[in-house]
Write a protein that binds this ligand. Sequence first.
Ligand code: FAD
Length: 111
Amino acid sequence: HMGNATAKAELGRSTWKLFHTMMSRYPEQPSDDERVALAQFIHLLSRLYPCGECAEHFQTLLQKFPPQTSSRIAASQWACAIHNKVNERLGKPIFDCSDIEAKYPCGCELE
Ligand code: FAD
């Protein structure tokens, strides 16, 4: 079904954009509270993501590859790797995770 596929892809692109941009701005040295917040965000996203089939697969991936919240580098590398797991399953090319944070600027550098 063409319309559904387009909407699903658009939702995916928007979500990944937010996901990776959040990781690129996650603290380099997060507090315990910030670590809990990121872990909860990821788990709630996997429960509430509007594409049910996607959410189900993502939950399985999270069990195998638990979110890494110890630093900006750990979180952004983990996010890139898990997106690559989804890419792999969908037959998409594997993305180069080197210098991943620079690939997701937020436009908020002056804050
Ligand atoms: P996307 O995968 O949306 O990526 C967008 C852009 O991000 C790419 O063009 C590239 O520039 C960059 N990128 C690619 N890989 C990475 C990476 N590893 N790290 C950082 N940046 C990268 N669709 C389904 O059909 N079935 C599913 O089960 C499914 N599960 C999903 C689960 C989640 C949690 C999310 C967020 C999306 C899911 N999707 C699923 C949607 C799917 O992942 C794509 O978003 C959608 O197919 C559009 O693909 P795209 O080729 O435009 O690139």
